[in-house]
Write a new protein. Structure first.
Length: 342
C-alpha cells in the first residue's frame, strides 16, 4: 500500500522526533506542531503500525519507527543536512593538521569521524591490490635475507622480508629492483604475480626462480598484512540508551573487534559511493540493532577503500551522510596532495 501525503508527513515527523529524543512519540506531542488534531494523528499512527512502519513498545505508550520506516525515510523522505561553517572548518582543519603519511591520514579520518558524529567510526586502509606500482626496492639485511619495499601510486608502502640466494649480492639486488620497477611500473599490484615472470626475460632469465618467489611473497603479503581496519570511538555507542543493556553492549564491542569481518564489510562497500544498511540488513549478527553508513574514497580516480560510521538505528542519517560526503572530499584532496608532495 502506497502511503498518502499525510501519512508520509506524520511518519517523517515521528522519525525526526525519535532520532532526537529516543523516546516513544505520542499523538499529543505531534499535534502541537502540526495542522492535524491529536485524534487524526492517532488514527494515522494506528494505520502506520498496521502497515509495519511503527511499533508500540508498551501499552498506552507512543510509537517508535520500525526498520521499514527508517528505510523509507532514508530512501524517500530524508533531506541531506547542511553542515555548519564551524563543523566544515573543524573537519577541514583536522585534515590539514594530520598529514604525516597515508596510514596516519586514515587513522586521523577515523578519529575525526568518531568525534564529530559521536558514533563508532571505521576506515579501511587502501586495498594495495587495486593500487599501481610506483617503485620496488630490494634492500639487503643479512646473508640470505632482504627487505622488499613496494611503494604504490596511492602512497601505500608495503615491506616484506624475503629469502635471497646467498650468491645474489647488493648490486644484483639493485639491478633486479630496477628491472622489475621498469617492467611493472603503473601495473596494478593484483596483476604483478608469478605468471608474469616470463615477461621479464633477458637479463633476469637466470634469476627466474628468485623473481618468481619474490613476486609470490609480495602477493601473499598483499592479501594478509594490508587487510587493516582503523577503528575509533567504539565506546561512543555506550552513551546511547539503546546500549544500556550490558549484554547488548558487549555483543557490539565484540563484533567491531572482529577486524576481518569489518574489512570484508568495508571492502564490499568500497565499490559504491555510499551505502546505508539498517538493522537486520547487516550481515554481522552484532549489528542487527545498528545502522552502518559508508562512503568510498578514491585515489587517482580509482576507488581504493571505504570508511563509515556505526550507530543506533535512530542515527541522524541526514547529518551523517553530509559528514561522510565532506570527509570523502577532504580525504581525496589530502591524499592527492600527499602523493604530489611525495
Amino acid at each position: 500500500m502506497e502511503l498518502d501525503q499525510r501519512k508520509l508527513q506524520i511518519l517523517r515527523a515521528i522519525v525526526d522526533e525519535y532520532i532526537l529524543s529516543a523516546s516513544p512519540v505520542g499523538s499529543k506531542s505531534l499535534s502541537q506542531n502540526s495542522k492535524w488534531s491529536s485524534a487524526t494523528i492517532r488514527n494515522e499512527m494506528a494505520d502506520l503500525e498496521t502497515l509495519g512502519y511503527l511499533a508500540q513498545p508498551h501499552t498506552s505508550a507512543g510509537r517508535i519507527p520500525s526498520e521499514k520506516a527508517y528505510r523509507l525515510y532514508v530512501d524517500q523522505m530524508m533531506q541531506r543536512a547542511h553542515l555548519s561553517d564551524e563543523e566544515s572548518k573543524l573537519l577541514y582543519g583536522y585534515f590539514r593538521e594530520h598529514v604525516h603519511g597515508v596510514d596516519a591520514v586514515l587513522r586521523s579520518t577515523a578519529k575525526a569521524l568518531s568525534e564529530i558524529t559521536h558514533y563508532t567510526a571505521l576506515v579501511m586502509m587502501p586495498d594495495i591490490g587495486t593500487n599501481r606500482l610506483r617503485h620496488l626496492q630490494l634492500i639487503p639485511l643479512t646473508v640470505g635475507k632482504a627487505l622488499a619495499v613496494v611503494v604504490t601510486d596511492a602512497g601505500v608502502s608495503q615491506n616484506t622480508v624475503i629469502d635471497v640466494p646467498e650468491d645474489i649480492g647488493p648490486e644484483e639486488l639493485d639491478r633486479i629492483s630496477k628491472a622489475i620497477t621498469a617492467r611493472f611500473s603503473d601495473c596494478r599490484m593484483s596483476t604483478v604475480s608469478s605468471k608474469l615472470v616470463r615477461e621479464l626475460g633477458g637479463e633476469l632469465s637466470t634469476r627466474a626462480d628468485f623473481v618468481e618467489s619474490l613476486l609470490a611473497a609480495l602477493c601473499e603479503n598483499q592479501s594478509s598484512d594490508r587487510r587493516m581496519v582503523e577503528l575509533s570511538g567504539a565506546t561512543n555507542m555506550l552513551e546511547y540508551p539503546e546500549y544500556s543493556d550490558v549484554s547488548k553492549a558487549k555483543t557490539f564491542l565484540a563484533t567491531v573487534e572482529q577486524k576481518d569481518d569489518m574489512y570484508r564489510m568495508l571492502k564490499k562497500a568500497s565499490s559504491m559511493e555510499f551505502t546505508v544498511t539498517i538493522g537486520s540488513e547487516n550481515e554481522q549478527e552484532g549489528f542487527q540493532d545498528c545502522s552502518v553508513v559508508t562512503a568510498s574514497y578514491r585515489v587517482n580516480g580509482t576507488p581504493v577503500g571505504s570508511f563509515g560510521v556505526i550507530g543506533p538505528t535512530r542515527m541522524d542519517y541526514a547529518r551523517v551522510l553530509s559528514i561522510l560526503k565532506n570527509v570523502q572530499t577532504n580525504l581525496g584532496t589530502v591524499l592527492q596532495t600527499f602523493l604530489k608532495e611525495e
